[in-house]
Design a protein around this ligand. Structure first.
Ligand code: 0RA
Length: 649
């Protein structure tokens, strides 16, 4: 947003406020420019935007507790015990500072230029933006022993700030109801989505206590559903949380916290027995999915320090093959969190840090902490180096297997997998491929599809659990080779960039179609795990979907209707009346081709769920938990989340 042109209307209060109004109007006209989108993601972003202001207060040392309440009507209340938004007269605007903060785009920082203000949502747009996108918002400020209040409708103040009582509290409370004319897709807040973000914030900002209360749901004891997040050890505990279901290779989490060249840097890491690399990086509490200078600084510091240690200790003597950067990160879980005053975000989703100076800061921090750790823990050091050597060995094997996949893909003219029933359309944007569990369901899908634009790739029963398999095993797996070849996707070969090449992607919709039962959802999860670990870009670019076959067919005489839930089934039975016959579909195989087309494949009537990553760090943890060795946490998760659980129980 551009600044109001002050030289032309310096003392012209009304002209200035028109500018402000225009800013707010612009937010309502182009909400996606400010909050990313107006779907579920944007809806949740509103909460993060307000909470970020409270986090700023906490980082400045003025706030300890933050509470987020999901109210019964899906409005949100956030409370903090910070200094409270200032309420004194804002000279230039001629109204209360509170009103300026709430109704002027980009006003937030103007009060606070010199303060240590580094938090800020993905777009850092401020609480006025939340106000603009709310049908109603109420701000209550506890400050100077007084309680102040102002309410707004669609960003416009309903009355001047009023003093409504006295208090010995301090802080700010904001209640907002997102505007249904803006958020047309959904107005419902997801407890889990908010919980994972608030948990993440508690780990990233140790010492702060964050409460989440869901007034829509009561527990058995009569209390509202809710959780409290608090971390005394920050990233160290974050690593322990993320790696809870992995087997550690060492005693302690290695951690660093301090300032390097004026950049506050926090790093924590641990090696585990898995083969996956799990690096999560944050700038000003924002997850930088695309990495950037802080992440490359981490990689450089890690490689350099470990290489040096291994060379000096003589552990690499007689090694017959080279060691690459990747090898140092197999089985590594790490979090890098930096605070940057003026971050430059680049990349497709503006989540890649561009600030050059940060690279050296992180690299130095890593060298320092790791050198100390290796010196103090020679046993662990040896284990790490051995792990690196094994990784290098496996990489050589994997490279061969990957080359095979690659070569096959490159020569893919006529080289498509035999099992693939391709479509006739050539334009990938119009094409869909269904990954179908089992050959028999594959056969039905093949008959039922519209062959013009729908392709079918049947997959054998259970696909490989990539979470437990070494990389070369993954690339040697028949089903996985088929997926690569059918999709036309290749893997980058550059060091430090295993980015996928999506330019030859043959279908823009990749649909996972499995039975609507426990086994089916397990297979869907295995396939998703594969996409998450090996083709994440497909998910990030919105290419992966899950088909939703119906659970029931209700018939009475000539009338028939499908149901996707027990509730829907009961409603239909009530409508059809006595004599309704219910057929439950145990799997795709029980449907004939026409039924499968009508309910699940026909774009006119089907509902497919687009797979999105809400929170990359949490998604990583969940996949490792679901697909890992430990049974109890998996069972607990499935019992809590599985929609199908009650069917087969
Ligand atoms: C402007 C200036 C100051 C604090 C805030 C805004 C502020 C905003 C929010 C939003 C939610 N909670 C908040 N807490 C504080 C600085 C206050 C001062 O200098 O006293």
């Amino acid at each position: 947003m551009s600044e109001p042109k002050e030289e032309f209307n310096k003392h012209n209060y009304s002209a200035d406020s028109i500018q402000a109004l225009e800013g707010m109007e612009h937010v309502r006209m182009r909400p996606s420019m400010y909050i990313g989108d107006v779907g579920a993601r944007g809806l949740h972003h509103l909460v993060y935007e307000v909470v970020d202001n409270s986090i700023d207060e906490a980082l400045a040392g003025h706030c300890n507790n933050i509470t987020v309440i999901i109210n019964e009507d899906n409005s949100i209340t956030t409370e903090d015990d910070g200094r409270g938004i200032p309420v004194d007269l804002h000279k230039k605007e001629g109204v209360s500072a509170l009103e300026v903060v709430m109704t002027k785009i980009g006003a937030g920082g103007k009060f606070d230029k010199d303060s240590y203000k580094v938090s800020g949502g993905l777009h850092g747009v401020g609480v006025s933006c939340v106000n603009a996108l709310s049908a109603h918002l109420k701000a209550t400020v506890y400050r100077n022993g007084n309680v102040y209040e102002q309410e707004y409708e669609r960003g416009k103040a309903m009355y001047p700030v009023k003093q409504i009582g006295d208090t010995d509290k301090r802080g700010t409370t904001v209640t907002f109801r997102p505007d249904p004319t803006i958020f047309t897709q959904t107005l419902e807040y997801s407890y889990d989505t908010l919980a994972s973000r608030l948990r993440e914030l508690a780990f990233l900002n140790k010492g702060i206590t964050v409460h989440l209360v869901d007034k829509r749901n009561k527990k058995e004891d009569g209390e509202f559903e809710g959780e409290t997040f608090h971390s005394t050890e920050g990233l160290k505990e974050f690593i322990q949380y993320l790696d809870a279901t992995r087997e550690p290779l060492m005693k302690d989490v290695i951690a660093f916290e301090g300032e390097k060249n004026g950049v506050p840097v926090e790093v924590a890491m641990i090696y585990n027995t898995s083969y996956a690399e799990n690096l999560h990086s944050y700038v000003n509490n924002i997850n930088t999915h695309e990495g950037g200078t802080h992440l490359s600084g981490f990689r450089r510091g890690l490689t350099h320090t470990l290489k040096k240690y291994a060379d000096e200790s003589g552990l690499l003597k007689n090694l017959k093959f080279d060691i690459a950067g990747d090898d140092f990160r197999e089985g590594l879980t790490a979090i890098i969190s930096v605070k940057v005053q003026e971050p430059q975000f680049e990349g497709q989703t503006k989540t890649k840090l561009g600030n050059r100076e940060v690279s050296a800061s992180v690299s130095q921090a890593v060298s320092e902490m790791l050198t100390d750790y290796l010196e103090e823990h020679p046993d662990d050091a040896k284990i790490i180096v051995q792990k690196v050597i094994l990784a290098a060995q496996a990489r050589h094997a994997a490279q061969k297997a990957r080359d095979m996949v690659q070569r096959k893909t490159v020569m893919s003219i006529g080289g498509l997998p035999g099992k693939l029933s391709d479509c006739s359309e050539q334009d990938p944007a119009k094409c869909e491929v269904f990954l179908v569990e089992g050959d028999s369901a594959g056969g039905t899908a093949k008959q039922g599809r519209d062959r013009a634009f729908q392709a079918i790739l049947p997959l054998r029963g259970k696909i490989l659990n990539v979470e437990k398999a070494m990389t070369h095993k993954v690339f040697e797996n028949e089903e996985i080779k088929n997926i690569f070849t059918a999709l036309g996707v290749t893997i980058g070969t550059e060091e430090d960039s295993k980015a996928l090449n999506l330019s030859k992607l043959r279908y823009h919709k990749v649909v996972i179609m499995c039975d609507a039962d426990i086994d089916g959802s397990h297979i869907a999860t295995l396939i998703l795990t594969f996409f998450f670990r090996y083709m994440k870009e497909l998910i990030e670019n919105g290419h992966i979907y899950i088909a939703t076959p119906p659970l029931y067919l209700v018939k009475r005489g000539a009338k028939k209707q499908y149901a996707w839930s027990d509730q829907e089934r009961d409603d239909i039975v009530a409508e059809f009346g006595d004599g309704s016959k219910i057929q439950r579909y145990k799997g795709l195989g029980e449907m004939n081709a026409e039924q499968l087309w009508d309910t699940t494949m026909n774009p006119e009537f089907r509902t497919m769920r687009l797979v999105q990553i809400d929170n990359g760090t949490e998604a990583d943890r969940i996949f490792s938990m679901l697909m890992g060795d430990e049974v109890p946490p998996r069972r607990e998760f499935i019992e809590k989340n599985a929609v199908y659980a009650n069917i087969d129980a």
